[in-house]
Design a protein around this ligand. Sequence first.
Ligand SMILES: Cc1cc2nc3c(=O)[nH]c(=O)nc-3n(C[C@H](O)[C@H](O)[C@H](O)COP(=O)(O)OP(=O)(O)OC[C@H]3O[C@@H](n4cnc5c(N)ncnc54)[C@H](O)[C@@H]3O)c2cc1C
Length: 394
Amino acid sequence: MEQRQTGQTAAAEESFPEIREAVRILCRAFPGEYWRELDAARAYPTAFVQALTESGFLAALIPDQYGGSGLSLSAAGAILEEIHHSGGNGAACHAQMYTMGTILRHGSAEQKAAYLPAIAKGDLRLQAFGVTEPTSGTDTTRIRTTAVRDGDHYVVNGQKVFISRTEHSDLMVLLVRTTPREAAARRTDGMTVLLVDLREARGNGLTIRPIRTMINHATTELFFDDLRVPVANRIGEEGRGFHYILDGMNAERILIASECIGDARWFIDKSVTYAKEREVFGRPIGQNQGVQFPIARVHVQTQAAALMVQQAAALFEAGQPCGTEANMAKMLASEASWAAADTCLQTHGGYGFAEEYDVERKFRETRLYQVAPISTNLILSHVATHALGLPRSF
Ligand SMILES: Cc1cc2nc3c(=O)[nH]c(=O)nc-3n(C[C@H](O)[C@H](O)[C@H](O)COP(=O)(O)OP(=O)(O)OC[C@H]3O[C@@H](n4cnc5c(N)ncnc54)[C@H](O)[C@@H]3O)c2cc1C
């Protein structure tokens, strides 16, 4: 085990110490070699996800009444942060924690009773979330996947891209257009959320094609060709889907920001350990300020980003509006983790490129968070227009 330098500072008590310790213990069974082998094979971390499921961590946000742990968003963030701080990657299953929020907030009593307890137990996996399309990209209001009513079914046609974990999920929350954009009162109206049973859909109107990416992320392309989805699987009202998806985004951003904080801390720990051990010119490289200062700088950046994550989570938990704070937290945390990744690679010199140090793997993995689930430019656009009142550019 590497020594950890980057928990909370001495001034601040570590939040959720028991949860963090339990996650650290679980993660010890899944060391760097485990992740490295999966990365090389582009294979899914089944054993890790199983262990997390059995421990109940993935049911953290499901209320007690449905068999979950009913924990706060901050506690869920602590779980994901610790996974990433341990050198692992929660992206294989993090959506199991929060995608169920769409059912919890907007589903009917029957849907909640049918799905939430099974998701909490791990009997049902809901970790796929289909929004992005090849032609619309970030402009979600222009999605072209349509669902047309035919009796007690919707018939879905279209295409999605970069939809992660569909091959490792039983259910998928899918955003479709039920009213053309031009016919809707507002461009954000006319979209609907359907809960697709992937076990039935695959081969019956749904084709799943894996996309090999620079990271091991189990992401796929989806083709819908007259896929029939029961109307009973619609979440909430027809036409309100965009608003439902938007509702879940703050939680997602805060949790992803927590993963970034975990990554940043892993990179900093790794840098500090190596900078103390590696001797060149007859002294540890970490004695040189040219090596120390970048590590100190990313530590400062990470601590600041962590405070923003805490603030966003506190607002979320208090039921206050937190869209801007969640966006700012995700931006700062993803930039801190990327800066820490770059510093860690530089600190390791040539060894940073060698797979066995895990630095290059984590370096690739943490880069994602400036693009997905929302890119930095879109966050800056939100802050410019919503927080600062500047004119909209689109
Ligand atoms: C590994 C991976 C996993 C993913 N998993 C999922 C998933 O499970 N479900 C899902 O729905 N999606 C998923 N995505 C998709 C992801 O959310 C999108 O890639 C992301 O939102 C950006 O969309 P895009 O790739 O179409 O980029 P584009 O929208 O084409 O944007 C390209 C670039 O242009 C910039 N840009 C675009 N418009 C503007 C503007 N108006 N002003 C300034 N800059 C602009 C963007 O910031 C970006 O940098 C995943 C992506 C990846 C890579």
